[in-house]
Write a new protein. Structure first.
Length: 262
């Protein structure tokens, strides 16, 4: 049963938004932080507080993969098996962890410590193969390093993300996602060398982002396509002065010829 404290915090989340129903996603994270999953009672509580139907809440909770209908262990371990990570070793890591833990996909170990799941791209492909523990990055994994992390977590040892803070429990992490910070956000590195390569090249070449125009409300407005094309051309000079372009007729002419004709 949800406590009065939890009801109060659910209301607190809804009150953060001009439209209270905008708070549904963090509210569901709070439910997971206290219940270990999305329970029918949690769905009813959100629906009642937001004055929407349980079916609407349930529709959201079943759409997003971060919401779990089955209890999650102390540590949710997500192995990326999307294309790049898979070929870089993600499939091998996932298979090794399944054997090591004696569980299948989306299953929890008997001691309730680890829930294993294969996940889609984490937008961290420059560190493939990537594993997530309670949504914190573990970069450049191998089957051996992944198993070591799992063993350390089960043994209660401190484990740190390769690009983030020390790992807390899944319920604690869910509370942060509900908008109740644990003040660990600034712990550990925020970006790794692979993510900063582009920045280094830009600095070396003296490239800066276009200033962009400001709209009436002070917000940046999108550049015209012509400006974007021009910026792209300046950043990436043509590989050949005689680059061939297709004419509508299906015949071809060189860029130089095209320029002469204009
Ligand atoms: S494919 Fe794994 S992070 Fe992108």
């Amino acid at each position: 049963m949800l406590s009065e404290t939890t009801y109060g915090e659910l209301q607190e989340i809804a009150a953060r938004y001009p439209e209270p129903r905008s708070g549904l996603l963090p509210m569901l994270h709070l439910v997971q932080s206290v219940e270990g999953r999305i329970t029918p009672e949690g769905i009813e509580a959100c629906a009642e507080l937001l004055n929407i139907t349980a079916a609407e809440v349930s529709g959201v909770a079943t759409f997003y993969t971060m919401y779990k209908r089955r209890p999650v262990g102390d540590y949710h371990v997500g192995v990326c098996t999307n294309t790049l990570c898979a070929v870089m070793g993600g499939d091998a890591i996932f298979e090794r962890l399944k054997d090591h833990l004696g569980v299948g996909n989306d299953e929890t170990t008997e001691d309730g410590k680890i829930t294993l799941e294969h996940v889609e791209c984490n937008a961290a492909c420059d560190y493939a193969p990537v594993m997530m523990v309670n949504w914190e990055f573990m970069d450049n994994m191998t089957p051996e390093t992944a198993m070591q992390i799992i063993d350390d977590l089960r043994a209660g040892k401190e484990v740190r993300s390769t690009r983030g803070p020390r790992i807390v429990t899944w319920r604690e992490a869910e509370r942060v996602l509900a908008g109740f910070p644990d003040d660990l956000a600034d712990e550990g590195p925020a970006a790794g060398p692979a993510s900063l390569v582009g920045l280094g090249i830009a600095r070396e070449k003296g490239w800066t982002a276009p200033a962009g125009a400001q709209g009436e409300n002070g917000h940046a407005v999108p550049e015209e396509p012509r400006q974007v094309e021009q910026a792209a051309a300046e950043a990436s000079p043509p590989q050949s002065d005689n680059a061939t372009v297709e004419k509508e007729s299906g015949t071809s002419e060189t860029a130089a010829e095209k320029g002469d004709a204009q």
